[in-house]
Write a protein that binds this ligand. Structure first.
Ligand code: NAD
Length: 353
């Protein structure tokens, strides 16, 4: 059965959604909404869709079976409330909202709603990361004890209206960018965090920029340590002036029986099992592989093909029923963790959750 999608917010990420939906069988983007005329026209042409300057006019036109929201973080609360007043399934880009208060307000409304709200967390669907998650959950490394996530990347790109230059519109770096990694931590650890400690600052990026006379306030490097209620400890190592790196993301999970690592974009997975190691100085028999990703998917977006796999699952939920794999509660908890980490680094104190 063919599904009709509406895309609200048609900048970088909205257009990535459109390219992937264009690529899918039985999917059609029929409407786009964006107040920015240039983005709106580009996206409408890309999709062959009807264009609206306001998302409420789009919702009133009754052109879609599902809605994708990819507007800036600080608009998510208001746009999502309007979409939640319909009975359409919705995929909302991360973070659920820019503030914990807004995310909690959405969570309260979501309880009264029948149609699903899915929070887009593309990192879950990157093939090498999905493989690591499966291996940990299948017990390959025994009982998980430590999880580290490193992102060493380029500075924030320029966005329409500069919304990603200020914490008040983005939520701050550890919400805007790192909600992905806090979501991954909860998923892989299978427990809730109890304590967060962060050390970080804005040391290099955007310091010489002036936007309406103001200097951006987004931190560009941090270490964040997270303790979980089941005793697992996790760490995020973020640097946004480190594009001269082998991989952009590196994840390592260590259990009592072994260790599994993965890298993006190399899509590499390395597994080491302790019982196979001869104690004194014999080379480790590590299992190494590259998880193949269709090159056509790599060309369509920035997320290692993940946007496509996420759309396949979103579509399956719409057609066959079932719950979102990433629900509003998951989205809220990722925002809470990011906001706590932002507070921890500013107050130089650990935060108990
Ligand atoms: N999941 C990911 O990995 C990922 C990657 C990039 C962006 N994102 C998320 O996607 C969202 C959009 O980011 P982007 O990079 O595309 O930003 P962008 O600035 O490139 O695009 C945002 C677009 O939304 C439009 N817009 C502003 N207010 C609007 C409103 N009220 N209704 C509709 N459209 C509105 C802007 O005019 C702009 O065209 C953000 O929430 C961001 O965090 C997620």
């Amino acid at each position: 059965m063919s599904l009709r999608y509406a895309v609200i917010g048609s900048g970088l990420m909205g257009q990535e959604h459109i390219r992937f939906l264009n690529h899918m069988d039985d999917a059609e983007v029929t409407a786009v909404a964006d107040p920015n005329p240039a983005m709106r026209e580009t996206a409408a042409t890309l999709a062959g869709a009807e264009a609206f300057a306001d998302h409420r006019a789009l919702l009133g036109a009754d052109l879609a079976d599902a809605v994708i929201i990819a507007s800036p973080n600080h608009t998510h609360h208001d746009v999502l409330l309007d979409v939640m007043a319909t009975d359409l399934p919705v995929l909302i880009e991360k973070p659920l909202c820019a503030t914990v208060d807004d995310a909690r307000a959405i969570a309260r409304h979501a309880n009264d709603r029948k149609a699903p709200v899915w929070v887009a967390m593309e990192y879950r669907y990157m093939p090498a990361i999905a493989r690591l998650i499966d291996e940990v959950q299948d017990g390959r490394i025994g009982k998980l004890k430590m999880l580290s996530i490193r992102e060493h990347r380029f500075p924030f790109l320029e966005k329409v209206g500069h919304w990603n230059r200020f914490a008040r519109t983005s939520g701050g770096t550890l919400v805007e960018k790192c909600c992905h990694f806090f979501d991954l931590m909860r998923l892989i650890v299978q427990a809730e965090p109890t304590r967060i400690y962060a050390s970080g600052a804005q040391d290099v990026n955007h310091l010489d920029e002036r936007i309406d006379g103001e200097t951006p306030d987004m931190i560009d490097n941090a270490y964040v340590i997270v303790d979980f209620e089941n005793g697992v400890r996790s760490m995020l190592d973020l640097c946004m002036f480190a594009e001269a790196s082998r991989d952009q993301e590196e994840i390592a999970a260590i259990g009592d029986l072994g260790k599994i690592e993965c890298g993006i974009p190399s899509s590499s997975v390395i597994i080491g099992e302790r019982q196979k190691v001869e104690r004194m100085g014999v080379a480790l028999p590590l299992h190494r592989e590259t998880v193949e990703v269709d090159p056509a998917l790599l060309d369509l977006g920035h997320h290692n093909g993940a946007t496509f796999f996420q759309h396949e699952r979103f579509r399956q939920m719409i057609l066959e029923g079932g719950e979102p794999e990433v629900n509003v509660e998951d989205g809220l908890r990722a925002v809470i963790m990011g906001a706590a980490a932002e507070r921890s680094l500013r107050d130089r104190m650990p935060i108990d959750l």
